[in-house]
Design a protein around this ligand. Structure first.
Ligand SMILES: [Zn+2]
Length: 448
């Protein structure tokens, strides 16, 4: 089959091919999930988290009302209550030895709620969404002072609880893991342990979304911007030794097509479609300067992982002892978070997760034939196994463009030829199901 294409369509939709699924249309089920995300419940979760006084990783674990132990027991019971019969909720713990930011051996406990996938061909494919429920004040070793952590990271924790409770009422082909982790502030010990165990078990984590400091739409000068969120997405990983896969990516100009960047494009496309007037601002970085987050251990384990963070941080309301200076309140207090804004970020997460977990897996062994000098492009890939697969879509963009500019649905085939030159544009191949759910794109590597 040979098709000529208009070069670089404005927004992705070529004329519909026969049997083309409704790609890019709103799906009623995802709309329903997005609508159900509740700012009121998110506010209630944050107030409850703050009520434990401190959630420092080394704080009290025995008290029923104060400290990290009470906090995690409440998170677990809340998830068990709202997800009864649907979510499998577990403590995932390990004993961490003394470390630079840990003055005593400490049991690090993540609360992990799993919504198992319902399609046999997809249930081993996992998407993880996380927030960290531990908190801190100015001195990272101070585990007794009040550390409300409303924004950092009560906001992400509340968003994860809300998503788990709303999404548990729905069914997805792939598995969703809603995780609230501990010891982010002490060195990413909760997420790090989980990511390493996932890698050792060779779990197919197809994407990880970290929500950390998604609570405020105001910056330190009081300027408000509730219309966007930052999405940090790494390109080439900072590995000590280049792997053959990475070398291929770089030598063919694919450094902006890492699995994490492809995930970020998918989230931006889906999130902005389902959350009206809200912008997902992809940042080409692992994280902000001087900062890190729970997506990092997943990146280091070779998984696609991104971080959501509010657009303008107010450092007076993060990692601070509660006090008043020059008439100004300092500290991470609930009055400085905006539940309506958090709900918008949660909606972007939920729409993306739903879309990913309903869609087929990314196509495997995607290649571009380069055996002969030729001004066209021939792409080949391996057939997917999902029973609801409709076919494949090829997307493309200028080599200098961050986002896909053109797309063509090509049906249920495993090879396709385009007249556009592989030398001039970047291509990707996506798998599509019968409802129009699209996988992230896969960068084709050269096949000789
Ligand atoms: Zn944080």
């Amino acid at each position: 089959m040979k098709t000529s294409l208009p070069l670089l369509l404005a927004c992705g939709a070529a004329q519909a091919a026969p049997g083309e699924p409704p790609i890019g249309k709103h799906q009623a089920e995802i709309d329903a999930i997005v609508r159900e995300i509740s700012p009121q419940r998110i506010q209630g979760y944050i107030e409850k988290l703050v009520s434990f006084g401190t959630r420092h990783t080394m704080s009290d674990t025995e008290s029923p009302t104060r400290g990290i132990g009470a906090a995690r027991r409440w998170i677990k019971s809340e998830l068990e209550r709202c997800g009864a019969g649907k979510l499998d909720v577990q403590f995932d713990s390990h004993l961490h030895p003394v470390a630079t930011r840990l003055s005593k051996p400490t049991e690090i406990v993540n609360v992990v709620a799993t919504l198992p996938g319902t399609q046999p061909a997809s249930k081993d494919r996992i998407y993880v969404v996380s927030g960290h429920y531990d908190s801190r004040v100015t001195d990272v070793m101070n585990f007794t002072a009040d550390a409300p952590g409303a924004n950092d990271d009560g906001s992400g924790t509340a968003a994860v609880i809300e998503m788990a409770c709303v999404m548990a009422k729905h069914r997805f082909d792939a598995t969703l893991v809603f995780m609230t982790v501990a010891a982010e502030e002490q060195g990413l010990f909760g997420s790090g342990d989980w990511a390493q165990k996932a890698k050792a078990k060779q779990l197919n984590i197809a994407g990880m979304l970290n929500n950390d400091i998604i609570g405020s739409s105001h910056d330190e000068h009081g300027k408000q911007d509730a219309t966007q969120v930052r999405l940090f997405a790494e390109g080439v990983p900072p590995v000590r030794e280049t792997t053959p896969e990475l070398r291929t990516l770089i030598t063919t100009g694919g450094e902006n097509d890492s699995i994490t960047r492809q995930l970020a494009r998918h989230i931006k496309d889906t999130g902005e479609r389902y959350v009206d007037g809200f912008k997902v601002n992809i940042i080409y970085r692992r994280d902000r300067y001087l900062r890190g987050g729970d997506h990092s251990p997943f990146l280091d384990a070779g998984y696609a992982a991104v971080r959501f963070t509010e657009p303008h941080e107010d450092f007076n309301h993060q990692h601070q002892d509660l006090r008043t200076e020059n008439g100004k309140k300092i500290g991470d207090l609930p009055e400085y978070v905006d539940p309506a804004y958090i709900a918008q970020v949660a909606r972007v997460n939920a729409a993306s997760l739903a879309s990913l977990a309903l869609a087929p897996a990314v196509p495997q062994e995607v290649k571009v034939r380069t055996a002969a000098l030729d001004n066209g492009t021939e792409l080949v890939w391996k057939a997917n196994a999902e029973p609801d697969l409709a076919g494949y879509r090829i997307v493309w963009r200028d080599t200098t463009s961050p986002l896909w500019q053109g797309a063509q649905y090509v049906g249920n085939v495993t090879t396709f030829r385009l007249d556009q030159s592989k030398d001039n544009v970047l291509f990707g191949v996506q798998a599509v199901d019968k409802d129009g759910n699209v996988s992230p794109a896969v960068y084709p590597v050269p096949a000789r």
